[in-house]
Design a protein around this ligand. Structure first.
Ligand SMILES: [Zn+2]
Length: 332
């Protein structure tokens, strides 16, 4: 049976207490990795199920089995297409949009009578991937929705949505679970080092699960090892190797610098506690002002990181600045 993640149970109960009171448009918003998409799909499935229980869809009826096969005639899931590996722009996150054609297709779908004579449900994920024409097209549907239609928008960044779209939806916040529930769930998924990964994921359990990918863990180890024993040559190689993974490198490097600042100011490391010996040593040697300037620069860069331009140069410039700082601190 499909249901939501355990930390979203209370929210689920509130949403499904009386489905006749649900509005036409719901916006599930919150940080990435807290289970918004699963919650949206569970709700969509619950509305279509012919024998729903308080826990959700029954999982047995024909409607549920169509849904599970991705073939329910009264359901649409609208997501940006995965770019083909060979396609131009593949691997660049900036290029993934929900285009107006898809929303027009949705309007056509909703103009027809429901196949099963009951509800029709739509999930748009993530809603901020709609470009402006697409969002405006959706707005028309939200303004004059056919009866028994539920449109669920899922958004990690609701501020990027058109205010007119926002105003047509009931906003439902999906928040980070408390650490204890998150760790309990990660444990039940068989995740080792759950605490470390949850910290790195900023408390978002599904993100922590993604972080546990063995290849990613190996890259993380390599990156931290190079920062722990830095040499200009080693950092330059690192910058080259991670030029296509700037997001990842930025995440680790900014946390590393943040930890150095904390240790420098007499607190404990937050993210890389397992490297406290190296952090202690470097924080002791590095000048506070240089460290503060570097942290500020790296933090600001995070805002426009999605632009693929010159990412190698950027990473290289941080790492070389870091090497310079270390060099200076040894020279004193
Ligand atoms: Zn069912």
């Amino acid at each position: 049976m499909m249901s939501c993640h355990p930390w979203n149970q209370a929210l689920w109960d509130r949403l499904t207490a009386d489905v006749s009171q649900l509005p036409h448009g719901i916006l599930l918003h919150g940080p990435a990795g807290v289970g918004k998409r699963s919650l949206a799909l569970a709700l969509a499935k619950r509305m279509l199920c012919s024998q729903p229980t308080p826990e959700g869809a029954c999982g047995q009826c024909p409607s549920c089995s169509w849904f599970d096969q991705g073939a329910h005639p009264d359901f649409r899931l609208i997501e940006p297409a995965e770019p083909d590996a060979g396609e131009e722009g593949a691997g660049k996150k900036g290029g993934r949009h929900i285009a107006i054609q898809e929303i027009r297709g949705l309007a056509e779908f909703l103009a027809l009578a429901p196949h099963q004579g009951g509800w029709r449900t739509v999930v748009v994920h993530p809603a901020e991937a709609m470009n402006v024409p697409a969002a405006n097209a959706l707005l028309k549907t939200l303004e004059e929705p056919p009866s028994r239609v539920l449109i669920i928008l899922v958004s990690h960044q609701p501020r990027r949505l058109l205010p007119t779209v926002l105003s047509r939806c009931r906003k439902v916040a999906v928040t980070l679970p408390d650490t204890e529930s998150a760790l309990a769930w990660l444990g039940s998924q068989g995740l080792a080092s759950a605490e470390m990964l949850l910290r790195e994921a900023g408390g978002a359990p599904l993100k922590a699960l993604d972080c546990a990918d063995p290849e990613r863990l190996a890259r993380r180890e390599r990156f931290l090892e190079a920062l722990s024993r830095p040499s200009p040559a080693g950092l330059s190689v690192l910058a080259q190797d991670f030029q296509n993974r700037l997001d990842e490198a930025w995440g680790w490097f900014s946390r590393w610098v943040h930890d150095l600042m904390r240790v420098k100011l007499g607190s404990q490391a937050r993210y890389f506690k397992e490297r406290h010996v190296e952090l202690d040593r470097q924080a002791g040697a590095l000048p506070l002002e240089g460290l503060m300037a570097l942290e500020e620069e790296v933090r600001r860069a995070g805002r426009w990181l999605k632009h693929p331009l010159n990412s190698q140069l950027l990473l290289e410039s941080w790492l070389l600045r870091y090497a310079d700082l270390l060099e200076d601190s040894h020279g004193r």
